[in-house]
Structure formats: C-alpha cells, structure tokens
Design a protein around this ligand. Sequence first.
Ligand code: PMP
Length: 285
Amino acid sequence: MPRIVFMNDTLVPENEARVSVFDHGLLYGDGVFEGLRSYSGRVFRLDAHIDRLWASARSICLEIPLSQQTVAKAVVDTLAANALSDGYVRLVVTRGAGSLGLDPNRTKDPQVIVIADTISLYPREYYEKGLRIVTAATQRTHSAALSPRIKSLNYLNNIMAKLEGLQAGCVEALMLNHKGEVAECTGDNIFVVRAGTLLTPPPDAGILEGITRGAVMELAHAAGIDCRESTLTRHDLYTGEECFLTGTAAEVIPVVEIDGRMIGGGTPGAITARLTADFHKLVRQ
Ligand code: PMP
C-alpha cells in the first residue's frame, strides 16, 4: 500500500509527492524539520514540535506559508490517512525552488511536507542491556557557525559523527562542542547521574533542545529526583553512576559503556528505569 503524504495543501499518494530539483532544501539543505511520534492515536507534544519548527524557521528567515493550526492538523490528518495510531511523523519545510545560486530571496513556494511511517525502533535488547557508545572526533557544529538549536536540513555534522560511531560498532556516538565539553549524541540528548543528581548539558553547550529531554526533566522533578543543566566533560560521564539518552525515536535508552569505560555496574540503573517507566506512562496519558 503506498503511503499518503501531505504536500502543501493536500494529501497525495507517495509516488505523486514530488519536489523540484531546484528546491534549495535539496540543493543546499536549506530548510527545517521535525520528527514527531504518535502513541495510541495521539501526537506527543505536538504543540512543542510546532513551536520548535517555527523557531527554527524564524531563525533562518524562512516564512512557513501555512498557519501553525493548519500544519498541526496536517500532522494528525497524515497519520489518520495512513491508519497509523502508533507512528513516526517527519515534518519538513524546504526553502522552495530557486536559482542555482545561494540567494534565498530568489526562491519561491516553500514546500511543507508531512510523511508518516511506522516507527523503526532500536532492538529491544538495547533498552534492556543498554547501549555502548564512543566519542566522535567530529565536533558538534559551533553555534556561531550554525546554531544546533535550529533543527535544519543540514545534518551532515551529525551524519559524520554517526558514521564514526557505526565504524566503531556503535549505533550512537557522543559529540563534544568546540570547547571539548559534552554536547549531545548524533540524534539524541544525553543525561548522566552523578551523586544521585541528574545532569544534562545546557542549551549553550551547543545542543538541540530536545522535546523528550524537556519531558524527562519534568518527570524527574515530579519524581523528586534532583535534575539540573550542567556543563559536562567526558570525565563526568565516565565516572557517573548512570547514563541515558533521550529522543523522539529512541525515547529513553540506557548507556552502559562510553569509550570502553563501563558506566555504573554495566547495567541500566534505577533512575534510568524509573524515568523510562514514567515516560512510557506520560506518552500514553
Ligand atoms: N539532538 C539531536 C541532534 C536530534 O536530532 C534530536 C532529534 N532526533 C534530539 C537531540 C532529540 O530531540 P527530541 O527529543 O525533540 O526528538
């Protein structure tokens, strides 16, 4: 069965969903996107994703040609058109077709695209036993070059780091910022437990402010777990009691080894387990 895709104002079969070869999203990665997830027919934190999409677009001077309400409805309608109640949604806005030069003022018709698919999960085993990750030599993009707070179509920085992880036999890789501080992983935020306190790098470490990250911080507060943003070094991770990653696709996933150092006892810890359980409850609420 062909998937149904939302393109600008209508739902079309995937083979009719086309973008121009002159689209600056294709030519230059000039655009923004979101990854969302629905649980039991409800999109988790839809408003937060829409807000972040608009913030990303604002930051790159891209005017989204539809209202926030219309785009939010398109997300819900696309999931329904594909009969997906537990699904993954990719929401993309490109700069639109232009000339072969960089000038964004010479583009027109930004393309708003919503793709819904089944969610492809990490194997169950990783959630039970935890991930091994390595630090990539590729640094996270300097925020003075392109703010990591913008979820742009330029993911080559993350892809280069992901390649390094994969070459080392890991499905995720840790990225540091230009100061050598911990930033995030290639597609996930990172948390560490130290002396019972949950720590995660602040936005100015050069991270995408993950929506799952925000939800987990709220859950930690609700559970009485001390949780703070803090500048972190790799040493802080290596000597932590627990470590986990968060992201829309990954949800909450434990990390048990970083650069060959075992974290905690080499098995997922109690705070990770608690927050994972609370997160699963929250998304189905
Ligand atoms: N960091 C990066 C670089 C990401 O691409 C993502 C999204 N996959 C995240 C963190 C996690 O963000 P969210 O929880 O909003 O999915």
